[in-house]
Ligand binder design. Structure first.
Ligand code: FO1
Length: 317
């Protein structure tokens, strides 16, 4: 069994590669960040869960990475005419997901149960679970004050400089049952920290009490994949945030951030010169280079196969 930790688009792509590369896709559990979740227009929106669900079912919008392919926008256009909030783009088909999830959660179903059922109905052959069924909300402390995550990310397009991040609700949150069971499963063969934004997507998962300690104590190898290639983020604001927080925007910073959790770290082949330095600075960490930029399904599967082979080698060493 393989456990993947993922946030948005980059994480979903590697999770799709893992699903394709594993002989039996039900061997994969992808645990997803819910710090981006929010209530909008009265609906429970879970952007990263949906990005993973749509990507793993082959339905994701290839241009944006989030939302559904072949989407139409009649609802949003009509809402804008009425003076409603249209800054967060909810497509007509995507809207069905939010309406159904909200309805079921109000009737008492957990986010885990709703996610598992919606993913199965969309044809996802592997398992997806939220990091927690308890609400955790990322708040971005910026030069302009504290902003709820989607206000920062979508409404303000990540423009305000980040000073700090808070994960409201995290101290009282419990790991989802599937997440906890996976980390205690004797058949667990590897944990993959996907190339998601370390600050916005992976840190909220690590902020759930018990996660860091369980990952550090986990007998299966934990392998991180860098979302930073040649000092730039493949997608999104990770490099910008690193600069704002006064750290070097590089794969080295990512490896150091996860140092207490990782057995192995995968960086892009263009960053191969960093490997010896990371291995000497972070004693015990093994570094491997792979082409990490995923332009299509073949790239995803190839990277996933390389990451799985690396985890196997770490297990056997
Ligand atoms: N990201 C955007 O940049 N702009 C949007 O209007 C937007 C709408 C949206 C709707 C549904 C959904 O599931 C995701 C959506 N995202 C949008 C992505 C979302 O903000 C994610 O939190 C980020 O991609 C970070 O992972």
């Amino acid at each position: 069994m393989i456990l993947a930790l993922a946030g948005g688009v980059g994480g979903a792509k590697l999770a799709a590669g893992l699903q394709a590369a594993l002989g039996a896709p039900d061997q994969l559990l992808t645990v997803v960040n819910t710090g981006d979740d929010f209530e909008h227009l009265g609906l429970s929106i879970c952007p990263d869960l949906d990005t993973v669900m749509y990507t793993l079912s082959g339905r994701a919008n290839p241009e944006t990475g989030w939302g559904l392919a072949g989407e139409s926008w009649h609802f949003l256009d009509a809402l804008a005419v009425l003076g409603g909030e249209s800054w967060f783009r909810l497509g007509d088909r995507d809207l069905a997901t939010h309406v159904e999830r909200t309805h079921r959660m109000r009737a008492g179903e957990s986010l885990s149960a709703v996610t598992a059922d919606l993913a199965a109905r969309l044809g996802v052959p592997s398992r997806i679970a939220p990091m927690s069924d308890d609400p955790v909300r990322t708040v971005v402390e910026t030069g302009e004050g504290a902003l709820p995550f989607q206000e920062y990310f979508v409404r303000r397009r990540c423009e305000p400089a980040v000073r700090d991040l808070r994960f409201e609700g995290a101290p009282a949150a419990r790991m989802s049952a599937a997440f906890e069971a996976a980390l205690a499963d004797p058949s667990l063969e590897g944990v993959i920290v996907c190339p998601s934004n370390p600050y916005l997507s992976v840190d909220p998962i690590l902020a759930v009490p018990g996660v860091r300690a369980k990952l550090a104590a986990c007998p299966a190898p934990v392998v991180g994949v860098s979302p930073i290639v040649g000092g730039r983020a493949i997608k999104g604001p990770a490099a910008k945030i690193m600069a704002e927080l006064g750290v070097e925007a590089s794969a080295r910073t990512v490896a150091a951030r996860y140092r207490d959790l990782l057995d192995g770290f995968v960086l892009d082949e263009t960053d191969r010169a960093l490997a010896p330095r990371i291995e000497s600075e972070l004693a015990g960490l093994r570094v491997r280079e792979e082409p990490t930029v995923m332009r299509g399904p073949d790239d995803r599967r190839r990277l996933a196969a390389g990451v799985l082979a690396f985890a196997r080698a770490l297990r056997e060493s």
